[in-house]
Design a protein around this ligand. Structure first.
Ligand code: DP6
Length: 359
């Protein structure tokens, strides 16, 4: 695989001090990534909607220093120094050091905040790591002004992937594919790409309401979760099915067959959970209210001939997806009938977004 293109050579320009700020989004997978091999290579291709309102804002202050053999950084989250978040970021820097050797020549002060509450059960690793990746790429661009926007996004996604697989899908929007797939031109295991075909108008400005059923710490970390796929009896079939579902999704997104979309997206979510129900050890990650919500969604869809559907990540929260055309009616349904299943009636209304933005 062509990773050599991402290794930095020495730079002509020198930067003593710089500050870069980026806002990068969270994303929600339609066909799920679940299972990987080293180094962060997905077992199947996945595709996600980039979100708009759920994002991280990160500023990194870079100050030139003597080159050292370890990475020197401080980390502040919502204004407070966060020692407990440091090991994950230190690990990220170790994974990317061969591609960004300049990080040894700067003291980095990282300031980060999320638009969503930290303890909301919304994973912040995708937006958090993509934001750091974009700040690093801004420094790299300053050091080497010949870099193109296309390369910057590609390498940012490549770096973010090394931190967290789904973070590779948090640079661009509105639909991003990660993982090599024969029917998707330009797709790669190394970085995410924008869905390269024309998307039907029914999927424009798609809505995602995130129902916060369980705001606690994740019961299964993604590292543990992905590892469960290693000796899983159904793993190979699952990876094959996911790639077949990607082929179907490629067609659906172009032809606008929204009924097929609903079926595929819900099936993907339930299959992800089925993998965890049938792994060793096994996990039930839904809560009773997750099932209540799913049943209410099915009833509503039948009664109103609606096209809303749900998807799930590796937890109890429910993402309700629906076309913009149904925004008013579905928002009312959520407020009146679903919010009572959320912790403290808390849910977040979001919609599809267009990716990272420099501030
Ligand atoms: C269920 O990207 O969090 O959300 O690569 O170990 O950081 P790591 O995993 P992560 O896994 C996300 C899995 C998922 C499905 C998806 O987003 O595709």
């Amino acid at each position: 695989m062509d990773t050599a293109q991402f290794i930095t050579k020495s730079f002509k320009d020198s930067i003593e001090k710089a500050n870069f700020s980026w806002q990068t989004p969270s994303n929600i997978a339609l066909v799920k990534y679940w299972g990987k091999s080293n180094p962060q290579i997905p077992k199947n291709a996945s595709i996600s909607f980039t979100l708009n309102n759920c994002h991280t804002i990160t500023t990194i202050k870079f100050e030139k220093k003597e080159k050292t053999s370890s990475v020197d950084f401080e980390l502040f989250f919502e204004g407070k120094e966060k020692e407990e978040f440091k090991p994950k970021i230190a690990d990220f820097f170790t994974r990317i050091q061969d591609y960004c050797s300049y990080i040894f020549e700067y003291k980095m002060t990282i300031n980060s905040e999320n638009s969503f509450p930290h303890s909301s059960g919304i994973a912040s690793s995708a937006s958090g790591l993509s934001a750091i990746a974009m700040c690093l790429m801004s420094l790299e661009h300053a050091l080497n002004p010949t870099l193109t926007k296309e390369f910057i996004n590609k390498k940012a996604s490549f770096l973010a992937r090394l931190g967290s697989g789904s973070a590779s899908r948090s640079i661009e929007g509105p639909l991003v594919v990660w993982g090599t797939h024969p029917n998707i031109e330009g797709s790669s295991d190394l970085f995410g790409i924008q869905f390269p075909y024309k998307v039907h108008s029914v999927f424009e400005n798609y809505q995602d309401a995130i129902l916060l059923v369980d705001k606690g710490e994740k019961q299964v970390s993604s590292t543990v979760g992905h590892n469960l796929m290693h000796d899983h009896p159904y793993a190979e079939n699952r990876f094959q099915q996911a790639n077949e579902n990607m082929s179907k999704m490629v067609e659906i997104l172009q032809n606008g067959d929204i009924k097929a979309f609903v079926n595929l997206v819900e099936s993907e979510a339930l299959t992800l959970h089925a993998m965890m129900l049938t792994s060793t050890p096994y996990f039930v990650l839904m809560k009773p209210n997750t099932l209540e919500i799913i049943n209410r969604i099915w009833e509503y869809r039948k009664e109103h001939d609606s096209n809303l559907c749900f998807t799930l990540d590796a937890g109890a929260n429910v993402h309700v997806l629906y076309p913009e055309l149904e925004k008013e009616s579905v928002n009312q349904f959520i407020e009146n009938q679903l919010s009572k299943y959320c912790q403290k009636n808390h849910y977040i209304c979001d919609s599809v977004g267009y990716g990272a933005a420099q501030l």
